[in-house]
Design a binder for this molecule. Structure first.
Ligand code: PMP
Length: 399
């Protein structure tokens, strides 16, 4: 028998598999609404002007030395201001343990490993549904998973009553994974009022909220507004964890720029926690990459570049919000009698359409439209050029 004979091919990633199938389709009509990356109105990837400018400023000036184990201090400080607020007392009091991470995925994984190592009896509550990689991350970190109610299939909105019940029924002191904004895959976020009730109930139950914030600024167009949920929890005095990613809001997908932060009781505890996070990173990847971190810290540290970034991130959010309107209007003009309000009520990169796997299969087989079988449409793939075609196909398969 050969050494690796027992190794079976791994199951295809449900998200990355869609793009493979799209690329293999020769049809000129094909549409990729499976992508989890922003596209412009011509369907092309985008590099922000603020990023190009930051790169110009860096060009030829740097050595290639390692960053410290915890990553770039400047980038971490800018990231904390962005997530926790410019005037955060927690930052002033040095109560936040934070390290630069391999984007949002790496931040989640580092937290999961930390949870496993220091709270070995804890579990993680994950919303149903969620970004499928959340399950993989906490599985590989060997943290037992539970799920909590989130989405209401009939209303295609939030199942707030179910969510609150599950928060109340979880054992005191449970860990919950929350999407800070632009919930993936549903695009359904609690309202501010609902976040306040969730935060209150977390306090009663002494639960720990871990916020995955992969879309700050990308959801509403305003990073402050998209941080509202986190700020509400902070106002209520929670210790939180937070995974930040610059993949979407700065378009730095392949640079793997992110930040993991954990609010501690005091500075001494934060120093200890940070040192342990570094200890987990050391045997895995030693230290994080330098280029993306530098781009992030230059942009956020320079008032001119920061305001350019704010303008550009709003531009991306506005294009997506505009495409939501266009898709809904097209469906209504075609005479669809189904309710499509959820298309514009949902927010962020994705529209959880409510289409069945069979309907999605028809979109793919008959119309060359590629997306995940859970009915998730990436609004980033919708353009003025394909929205009518997409709406017509959706109308045909949902009649
Ligand atoms: N969390 C959520 C909810 C996401 O949608 C994504 C991106 N698909 C991520 C985390 C992480 O992405 P990245 O590792 O590229 O920052």
């Amino acid at each position: 028998a050969s050494l690796f004979g027992h190794v079976e091919p791994a199951p295809k990633d449900p998200i990355l598999g869609v793009t493979e199938a799209f690329l293999a389709d020769p049809s000129p009509d094909k549409v990729n609404v499976g992508v989890g990356a922003y596209r412009d109105d011509n369907g092309q990837p985008v590099v922000l002007d603020c990023v190009r400018e930051a790169e110009r400023r860096i060009a030829g000036t740097l050595n290639m030395e390692y960053l410290p184990m915890g990553g770039s201090i400047k980038m971490i400080n800018e990231s904390l201001k962005l997530a926790y607020g410019e005037d955060s007392e927690l930052i002033k009091d040095k109560r936040i343990a934070a390290v630069q991470s391999l984007s949002g995925t790496g931040a989640c994984r580092l937290f999961a490993d930390f949870q496993r190592r220091f709270l070995p009896d804890s579990q993680i509550y994950i919303p149903t549904p969620t970004w499928s990689n959340h399950h993989n991350i906490w599985r590989d970190a060997q943290v037992p998973q539970r799920t909590f109610t989130y989405y209401h299939p009939e209303t295609r909105g939030l199942d707030f009553a179910g969510l609150m019940d599950d928060i109340k029924n979880a054992p005191n002191g449970s860990f919950f994974l929350l999407h800070a904004c632009a919930h993936n895959p549903t695009g359904v976020d609690p309202t501010e009022e609902q976040w306040r009730e969730i935060s209150y109930q977390f306090k009663v139950k002494n639960h720990f909220p871990f916020f995955d914030m992969a879309y700050q600024g990308f959801a509403s167009g305003d990073p402050e507004r998209d941080a509202k949920a986190i700020r509400i929890f902070l106002e209520d005095g929670h210790q939180i964890g937070c995974a930040q990613s610059y993949a979407k809001n700065m378009g730095l997908y392949g640079q793997r720029a992110g930040c993991l932060s954990i609010v501690c009781e005091d500075e001494m505890q934060a120093v200890a926690v940070k040192s342990q996070l570094q200890q987990i990173a050391r045997p895995m990847y030693s230290n994080p990459p330098v280029h993306g971190a530098l781009i992030v810290s230059i942009i956020l540290n320079d008032p001119e570049l920061k305001s350019l970034w704010l303008k550009e991130v709003k531009g991306m959010a506005d294009r997506i919000i505009g495409m939501r309107k266009a898709l809904k209007e097209n469906l209504e003009q075609l005479g669809s009698t189904l309710p499509w309000d959820h298309i514009t009520n949902q927010i962020g990169m994705f529209c959880y359409s409510g289409m069945t796997p069979e309907q999605v299969d028809r979109l793919t087989n008959e119309y060359h439209i590629y997306m995940t079988r859970n009915g998730r449409i990436s609004m980033a793939g919708v353009t003025t050029g394909n929205v009518a075609y997409l709406a017509n196909a959706i109308h045909e398969v949902t009649k």
